[in-house]
Design a protein around this ligand. Structure first.
Ligand SMILES: NC(=O)c1ccc[n+]([C@@H]2O[C@H](COP(=O)([O-])OP(=O)(O)OC[C@H]3O[C@@H](n4cnc5c(N)ncnc54)[C@H](O)[C@@H]3O)[C@@H](O)[C@H]2O)c1
Length: 250
């Protein structure tokens, strides 16, 4: 299993459930941002996360991989990307920074949807701000990790009708909501760590033969595919060209 823990937020799982049930219709757009602020100070040391030989890449592999996985989890495979990467502070106490501080990417999905992905460690005021929005023919959904129990949902044609259309804030903490059977009475909220517990439960259940890792957990193939999307983003940032995502077979 590959530890993409954000799949295990109840709001994310509910979003996936609504897509599977056809409630959102054909997906047109997916845009996700993962923003942090912790290395803005140029005097911050060259830690392992800022070195290519230990971390592989910067914001792309650390933060981008999570939103790439969410894009695949909610929308499907990514066919091609157009991207840029930026290192704002190329030298720090301890040496040269050879990874990206931020990346921006336009993505094309196999299903025909389009979207944008963005991650940065240079966003003043953003602590661990992962947000996404998805727009389909029948509705839209949005999520903000800083409000982890909530899923914003707009469904076209929902009651009470034309004069009061718009997003509603669903608190994903009813007894019938994903994962809730393991926890508290309704409305007694969950945090970041609970998604990790859901993930470990999923992992152990799969080992015990009670469930499969896929489709709700990420397996090695999902980890590999997210890494190939990262590679395509890095290639596009280097070539300045739109790059197809290439998946190799064994
Ligand atoms: N899924 C998520 O949301 C999420 C969030 C944060 C971190 N992570 C991942 O968790 C891992 C750790 O991240 P972190 O933020 O805790 O990093 P960190 O730098 O704060 O901690 C790493 C620890 O590993 C120790 N260490 C390094 N090399 C070691 C070795 N050879 N043997 C034993 N210990 C060693 C270091 O001394 C340090 O205490 C990373 O792979 C990171 O990508 C995942």
């Amino acid at each position: 299993m590959c530890a993409f823990n954000y799949r295990f937020m109840p709001a994310t799982r509910l979003a996936r459930q609504l897509i599977e049930q056809g409630e959102i219709g054909d997906i047109y757009h997916f845009r996700a941002r993962y923003l942090q602020e912790w290395i803005i100070d140029p005097g911050f040391d060259l830690v392992w996360r800022l070195q290519k030989d230990t971390a592989g890449s910067g914001a792309l592999g650390d933060l981008g991989a999570h939103i790439i996985d969410l894009a695949r989890f909610l929308v499907g495979e990514v066919d091609a990307v157009s991207a840029l990467m930026k290192t704002f502070v190329p030298e720090r106490p301890g040496g040269i920074v050879d990874v990206d501080d931020a990346f921006e990417a336009i993505v094309e999905f196999a299903c025909g949807a389009v979207g944008t992905l963005e991650a940065s460690r240079f966003c003043q005021g953003r602590k661990n701000a992962l947000t996404w929005e998805l727009n389909g023919s029948k509705g839209s959904m949005a999520f903000d990790l800083e409000r982890p129990n909530e899923l914003q949902i707009h469904l076209v044609g929902s009651q009470p009708g034309g004069v009061a259309q718009g997003f509603r804030q669903v608190i994903v903490s009813e007894s019938h909501h994903p994962f809730w059977k393991h926890w508290w009475p309704q409305g007694h909220l969950l945090g970041w760590e609970h998604a990790i517990i859901h993930e470990l439960h999923h992992f152990l259940s799969a080992i015990a033969g009670q469930s499969e890792v896929r489709p709700y957990g990420a397996d090695f193939e999902d980890g590999y595919r997210a890494a190939e999307v990262c590679e395509a983003i890095a290639r596009s940032a280097t070539t300045g060209q739109r790059e197809p995502v290439r998946y190799r077979s064994l």
